[in-house]
Design a protein around this ligand. Sequence first.
Ligand code: PBG
Ligand code: ZN
Length: 327
Amino acid sequence: MATYPTKRLRRLRYNSTLRDMVRETTITKNDLIYPLFVVPGSKINKEVRSMPGVYQMSIDVVVEECKEIEKLGIPAVILFGIPDHKDEVGSGAYDPNGIIQKAVRAIKKETKRLLVITDVCLCEYTSHGHCGVLDGERILNDETVDLLVKESISHAEAGADIIAPSDMMDGRVGAIRKALDDEGFTEIPILSYAVKYASGYYGPFRDAAESAPAFGDRRSHQMDIANANEALREAETDIEEGADIIMVKPAGAYLDIIWRVKEKFQMPTAAYQVSGEYSLIKAAGKMGWIDEERVMMESLTAIKRAGADMILTYFAKDVVKYLEKNR
Ligand code: PBG
Ligand code: ZN
């Protein structure tokens, strides 16, 4: 085997044309999924305090936003809803005229190719902010799954293209798959939040979705950040139950998990660059402490290099603008 001075790894780094030719990982528009927050009312476009550049939008505004996203060439959005009324059992989540159901119908009417993914969970809809129905302070698994199934079916009926359960209850993927199939939605894929950690990086999201738990935390259903083997068991379970795409969340601090899940299962794998990851980069960029664009691209390239086939990111529009500028 050649060694220095014959072997010189710098030969392929001397100019940008060469570097472009040997690059192993490239971010394209097709990798991106853009999260959106829908609120009741009209003409509302309210910036989220802890997420500069991210807005809560009423349905009329979200429809215009989706037309722009489609024009930019981003293939998909994922919707989160903030209902006008919350209760113990999160009934706004499965109301046929709930905020998400109305938003999906409006967006599907005004766009052609854009895929609408809906997040399925109860925490935005419950008065206590927990992801399921409670008995005292315990989240009841199977009772919650029944409601998640209702929520999923109502999203499918409204025209959702992909259903994305984010709740981390046991057995929900299988139950949702069966119900979708029984109702004739055999062709709607499930993008499962298969490996979702109980992470401090979700802080700003809870501002955006107004879904902070009133007491306690989410550690009784989301995964312990210290565990990796368990991530493989979670992914395996969801695949067995019929998930079409599996997600790891958060992304940047869990690149090892993305890698292991991709290596082991070879499934279409999504990663969620979550609110805290976004806000940290935005904040340091605003302070002038880092080059925001550069770190944005570096963070996303790392996630893709680790094995993600698609990335949910609040930077999606910024990335498309960056790619056009640097063509
Ligand atoms: C709802 C849900 C959360 C996120 C996506 N779906 C919040 C949570 O679990 O507390 C977080 C996304 C983000 O931080 O950007 N279960
Ligand atoms: Zn939840």
